[in-house]
Ligand binder design. Structure first.
Ligand code: SD4
Length: 327
């Protein structure tokens, strides 16, 4: 076969695959009689309530999902008493707070920062990486320099009172055990659909407490901690990042929705995949949130205890308990 004929055959195959995927996305919408529920925002854990309020201000005044997911999680990053997001977070085993964040919009644009120190709003740095650079991910001192070059302020290297207390206690044994579901606050992942039906997502965290200095989790990795495909849906993850990284968790949830699964079923299937790839699954927690193009949402976790906050025109910011694999 000539190279040209091979090329034409491949192009035809790609075109039919694309058409198939589009049909699937449209089928998902038609299950709810083509009526989109919008705007909607959902985010992980109880701190999601305050974050959703920030996001809803934007969504309810016809703002973009992108602005909403950035401004929403900034509320959590601003809270110095939060032990798992922002500069008040629990440190790594060397006593340093290192932050991970990512953001993605309806055009498939995305940005992230990882292992970032002394910057208050990693999510906004991630957005700048997306909008102002040719890159997707900046890390460590390079990410910090980029932030400072773009007007961010270097914050003092101090632990919050609570974090310092907890760290000193931890140092007594220096035993590493990822602890999830403690006091119901953890990474914040947020996904939203705006009044125009566009989707975006964000994720920001101080990562696992007492991790090895330099460790990066799933949250800043596009497709792991968060993913958006405006034709299909959006997803985000919380929990032990290593287990989510092994299955590109959020991307998997979105691809399962593309195949026609409901957001709930897509999250459940992703948890089942995660179980099959992580023999230690009983010792860790992971939770997924998903939102499809129709504004329908879903959630599923490995262990019980995962909850999320949802804000829509009908449900004015309420907490919901996720179903889970283990009871
Ligand atoms: C991480 N996924 O760094 C984050 C931590 C987290 O709920 O989500 N905790 O692995």
């Amino acid at each position: 076969m000539t190279t040209r004929r091979k090329f034409l055959k491949l192009s035809a195959l790609m075109a039919s695959l694309f058409a198939f995927n589009k049909t699937k996305a449209i089928e998902t919408i038609s299950k709810s009689n083509g009526k989109q529920i919008k705007p909607v925002v959902l985010s992980t854990w109880k701190h999601g309530l305050a974050a959703n309020e920030g996001a809803w201000k934007i969504l309810s005044s016809n703002g973009s999902a992108l602005d909403a997911v950035e401004k929403g999680v900034m509320v959590t990053e601003d809270d110095f008493t939060n032990l798992s997001v922002g500069l008040g977070g629990l440190p790594d085993r060397d006593g340093c707070v290192t932050l991970d964040a990512s953001i993605m919009d309806e055009k498939g644009r995305c940005g992230g920062v990882a292992f970032l120190e002394r910057i208050k709003h990693p999510i906004s740095v991630a957005r700048l990486v997306m909008e102002k650079t040719a890159h997707v991910l900046l890390v460590g001192s390079g990410a910090q320099k980029f932030a400072l070059d773009n007007g961010f302020k270097l914050e003092p290297k101090t632990l919050s009172t609570e974090a310092e207390k907890a760290y000193k206690e931890w140092l007594k044994k220096s035993e590493y055990k990822p602890m999830i579901n403690i006091e119901n606050h953890d990474t914040i992942g947020m996904i939203a659909i705006d009044a125009n039906g566009n989707l975006s997502g964000s994720c920001t965290t101080s990562g696992l407490a007492y991790k090895i200095h330099g460790r990066v989790g799933d949250s800043p990795i596009i497709g792991a901690g968060m993913y958006v495909d405006n034709e299909v849906g959006a997803a985000c993850a919380t929990g032990v990042g290593e287990t989510v990284l092994r299955i590109c968790g959020s991307h998997l949830v979105v691809e399962l929705m593309r195949q026609g699964l409901s957001p709930d079923d897509a999250c459940k299937k992703a948890v089942e995949r995660l179980i099959s790839k992580n023999p230690n699954y009983k010792e860790v927690q992971v939770g997924f949130l998903a939102l499809n193009k129709n504004g329908e949402h879903g959630a599923y976790a490995l262990q019980k205890g995962f909850n999320y906050a949802l804000y829509s025109n009908e449900i004015k910011n309420q907490m919901f308990d996720s179903k889970s694999f283990l009871q």
